[in-house]
Design a protein around this ligand. Structure first.
Ligand SMILES: Nc1ncnc2c1ncn2[C@@H]1O[C@H](COP(=O)(O)OP(=O)(O)O)[C@@H](O)[C@H]1O
Ligand SMILES: [Mg+2]
Length: 210
C-alpha cells in the first residue's frame, strides 16, 4: 500500500461545477469503502472559514497583496490542520480549490509576481502538491448563468474572470500529467464518469486495489 493517501483537487471558474463534482467523487470513494475527506479552500477549518467570510464579503475592499496573503493564510491552516493529518492517515483528500486558484486568480488575473507567489505558496502549503487536479472548464457567461454571483470574487468584471479562465488553461497546458481538463458543458453524470476513470487510473498507478 502507498505511504500516504491521495490528494485530488478541483479547479475552475465560478459556476463551472467544481463543488458538484468534488461531492460526487467523495460519495464515490465512500461507496468504494475508501476513507475520504472533502475540504474547501479557503475554508473548512474554523479560522479558514472566518478568513473566507472576509475574502468573499462584497463590502470589503481588499488590496491584491492582502487578498493573496489571506488566501494563503487560510490554506496553510487547512493544510496543517486537516489535509496533512488525513493524508498521513492514508485517507483520500479531495479539495474544492487549492493552489492553482492562486495562480489563476492572483498571479495571472491580478498580475502578482509569479516567482514570489510560488515561494509563499510552498511556505503556506508545506510543499504539498495534488496527485491529480480536475479543471472544470466553462466560459464565463455560462458559469454566471448557473450561479448567484453575489460574493466579492464573483462580482469581479467579466474580463477579470476571462483572464482567470485563460490562466487556468495555461496552467493545464504546463502540467498536462497532473491537470485534466473537463468540459463543464457536459452533463453532471457524464463528467462524474470521466472523473472516476481518471481516478481509477491514478489508483492503479499508486498501487491501490480497485
Ligand atoms: N455539468 C453541469 N451542467 C449543468 N449544471 C451544472 C453542472 N454542474 C453543476 N451544475 C449546476 O450549476 C450550479 C453551480 O455548480 P457548482 O458545482 O456549485 O459550481 P462551482 O462550485 O464551480 O461554482 C449549481 O446549481 C449546479 O447544480
Ligand atoms: Mg463551489
Amino acid at each position: 500500500m502507498p505511504r500516504r493517501g491521495l490528494f485530488i483537487t478541483f479547479e475552475g471558474v465560478e459556476g463551472s461545477g467544481k463543488t458538484t463534482q468534488a461531492k460526487a467523487l467523495a460519495e464515490w470513494f465512500e461507496e468504494q469503502g475508501y476513507p475520504c475527506l472533502l475540504v474547501r479552500d479557503p475554508g473548512t477549518t474554523a479560522i479558514g472559514e472566518k478568513i473566507r467570510d472576509i475574502l468573499l464579503n462584497p463590502e470589503n475592499s481588499i488590496h491584491p497583496k492582502c487578498e493573496v496573503l489571506l488566501f494563503l493564510a487560510a490554506r496553510s491552516q487547512l493544510v496543517y490542520e486537516k489535509i496533512l493529518p488525513a493524508l498521513m492517515d492514508k485517507k483520500i483528500v479531495i479539495s474544492d480549490r487549492f493552489f492553482d486558484s492562486t495562480y489563476a486568480y492572483q498571479v495571472y488575473a491580478r498580475n502578482l509576481p509569479e516567482r514570489l507567489i510560488a515561494i509563499f505558496n510552498r511556505f503556506a502549503s508545506a510543499g504539498l502538491k495534488p496527485d491529480l487536479t480536475f479543471l472544470v472548464d466553462l466560459d464565463i457567461p455560462e458559469g454566471r448563468a448557473r450561479g448567484k454571483c453575489t460574493d466579492r470574487m464573483e462580482q469581479e468584471s467579466f474580463s477579470y474572470h476571462r483572464d482567470v479562465r485563460d490562466g487556468y488553461l495555461r496552467l493545464a497546458r504546463r502540467a498536462k500529467k497532473r491537470i485534466k481538463i473537463l468540459d463543464g458543458r457536459k452533463q453532471v453524470d457524464e463528467l462524474k464518469a470521466e472523473v472516476i476513470n481518471y481516478v481509477k487510473e491514478l489508483l492503479e498507478r499508486k498501487g491501490y486495489r480497485i
